[in-house]
Design a protein around this ligand. Structure first.
Ligand code: HEC
Length: 158
């Protein structure tokens, strides 16, 4: 089956009804040729549409592209914003003063109870915070996650 109306032969998959016409040469009237042409063009348009739409779906999956800092402080600092967030959500497990079973499995040495230690673990903490896997039970709001992201983006101000 070919696209006759275009004046050259391109093999194109077609409907079962059209296959029936293939064997016996017959005259196509103008309306029928236009109908086939429209069908063929719509298939091409759908394929082009998928090629154009798929990459833009990919953008939406990217958390950085979605990051919205409206409502956040202009300057995020450890003293003003992050210390409280960590004390309310992390140091019950991740502090040097918490030992043994009280750490609830938090690895020894992964402590967040001073500015220096919070900075040392900031990148790993942010990955886990943005993934929603720290604290293990979840519970950080999207505002708190954005706050931590902005602290990182502004180079961990004290
Ligand atoms: C209930 C205890 C608990 C709380 C609260 C908690 N964690 Fe954890 N954390 C763990 C445990 C258990 C592990 C080790 C298992 C794992 O990695 O999932 C861990 C591991 C980590 C690690 C090292 C693992 C890695 O991916 O490098 C970091 C960093 C971390 N937590 C950051 C945080 C931050 C930041 C918070 C607060 C927002 C927090 N945690 C709150 C228990 C806790």
């Amino acid at each position: 089956m070919t696209v006759r109306s275009l004046g050259f032969a391109i093999p194109i998959p077609c409907t079962m009804r059209e296959i029936g016409y293939g064997a016996v040469p017959r005259k196509y009237d103008k309306g029928e040729i236009m109908g086939n042409w429209l069908k063929e063009m719509s298939v091409i348009l759908i394929i082009l549409g998928v090629i154009v739409i798929l990459p833009s779906c990919g953008d939406k999956m990217d958390p950085i592209a979605e990051f919205d800092d409206s409502g956040l402080p202009d300057q995020v600092t450890y003293g003003e914003n992050i210390q409280t967030l960590i004390e309310q959500n992390c140091t019950m497990c991740h502090a040097q003063s918490i030992q043994g079973a009280d750490r609830q499995g938090a690895p020894v040495g992964v402590d967040l109870d001073t500015f220096q230690r919070a900075v040392e673990w900031a990148e790993r903490s942010n990955i886990r915070i943005q993934a929603g896997t720290m604290p293990p039970a979840g519970g950080l709001s999207s505002y708190e996650r954005s706050l931590f992201q902005k602290w990182i983006d502004q180079d961990l101000q004290e």
